[in-house]
Design a protein around this ligand. Structure first.
Ligand code: NAD
Ligand code: UDP
Ligand code: UDP
Length: 315
């Protein structure tokens, strides 16, 4: 990536997108952040507003956008189950129409385009850990389908624009990522448990808490994303980016209680439908092609995230 590239970040006011904008501005690029603020927030990017190379535009990716850019990072999409299920039709439109519009833009401008895909393309996996070659186990009509199938269709569009129109694509399958700037009401497990622990409210475990996830700190994720963009052009993915350290949701709750020193109680609520039982990335491809693996331990990443939420809740 050459300095002073004009880079579009869709979903740039969100959790991951705002950290990506920070990195790109620090790297000397011009950044155009577009966001409809459905789950993102101005405060995530307000520190960038005074930078001359940073520009922000309220825009919904389901509508066309004509701008001149060199690179596109397509991150626009609600990522938390409660938010993507709030308006499932809009979620599917965001993934599918959003991908078509961003790919059409990439085709016209000959920009490179990155897609934030997800481990959800594997659904409730019957292969463990999940390699990129696994085609997944997804319920096409369930409550999570608007997100899972939307992201799967977006991958299809990326690969068809690549084959048919020679668009230069890069696709990463992101596994559960956490860190500062997650929305306090985001609904995902790390932010929920930390906010509950810091407020001395009950910790809400869904199901028996024995389902597993593998949590990656946001700086590790973005290191992987940048390595993917800087890798030779013929390495297009899809490539898993995530932390292979797997834990049960109950273990996560206990670690957060220990790190916050909270006296909150664990309570058990019904498991949402189609909630995957297990999830762990197989990162052999990222290791081999990108020389990438996560560096931040879950304990250190959680400490940073807890410190962020402590400051936020004190405001
Ligand atoms: P987030 O909800 O904080 O960010 C998503 C951003 O997209 C928000 O700023 C939101 O306002 C914006 N957005 C939503 N719909 C839009 C639309 N139609 N037009 C324009 N903007 C829109 O979530 P995040 O965790 O930062 O996720 C960013 C991307 O990474 C998403 O595409 C998500 O699917 C993907 N991803 C995230 C994770 C994770 O664990 N965080 C895992 C896998 C994939
Ligand atoms: N598009 C856009 N910006 C551009 C070029 C295209 O938003 O600079 C959108 C436009 O809505 C179009 C879609 O991307 O419908 C797909 O573009 P493509 O060229 O593949 O399709 P076509 O224009 O032929 O329908
Ligand atoms: N979860 C939970 N309590 C919460 C929020 C989530 O036990 O308050 C569980 C959820 O059922 C799932 C796991 O934590 O098994 C991860 O949920 P999240 O929504 O963060 O991500 P995803 O299910 O998309 O991986």
């Amino acid at each position: 990536m050459q300095p002073s590239n004009r880079i579009l970040v869709s979903g740039g006011a969100g959790f991951i997108g705002s950290h990506l904008c920070d990195l790109l501005i620090a790297g000397g690029h011009e950044v155009l952040c577009i966001d409809n603020y459905f789950t993102g927030r101005r405060r995530n990017i307000e520190h960038l507003l005074s930078k001359p190379r940073f520009e922000v535009m309220r825009h919904d990716v389901t509508f066309p956008l004509y701008v001149e850019v060199d690179d596109i990072y397509n991150l626009a999409c609600p990522a938390s189950p409660i938010h993507y299920q709030y308006d499932p039709v809009q979620t599917l439109k965001t993934s599918v129409h959003g991908a078509i519009n961003m790919l059409g833009l990439a085709k016209r401008t000959r920009a490179r385009i990155f897609q934030a895909s997800t481990s959800e393309v594997y659904g409730d996996p019957s292969v463990h850990p999940q390699p990129e070659s696994y085609w997944g186990h997804v319920n096409p009509i369930g409550v999570r389908a608007c997100y899972d199938e939307g992201k799967r269709a977006a991958e299809t569009l990326f690969f068809d624009y690549h084959r048919q129109h020679k668009v230069r694509i890069k696709v990463a399958r992101i596994f559960n990522t956490y860190g500062p700037r997650m929305h306090p009401n985001d609904g995902r497990v790390v932010s929920n448990f930390i906010v509950q622990a810091l407020s001395n409210n009950d910790i809400t475990l869904f199901g028996d808490g024995n389902q597993t996830r593998s949590f990656c700190y946001v700086s590790d994720l973005l290191d992987g994303v940048q390595r993917l963009m800087n890798a030779p052009e013929d390495f297009i993915g899809p490539v898993n980016i995530g932390n292979p350290r797997e834990s049960t949701i109950r273990e996560l709750a206990e670690m957060i209680l220990r790190l916050t020193g909270s006296k909150s109680k664990l309570i058990f609520l019904p498991l949402p439908s189609d909630d995957p039982r297990q999830r762990q990335p197989d990162i052999r491809l990222a290791r081999a092609k990108l020389d990438w693996e996560p560096k931040v331990t879950v304990e250190d990443g959680l400490k940073e995230t807890i410190a962020y939420f402590r400051r936020l809740l004190a405001e």
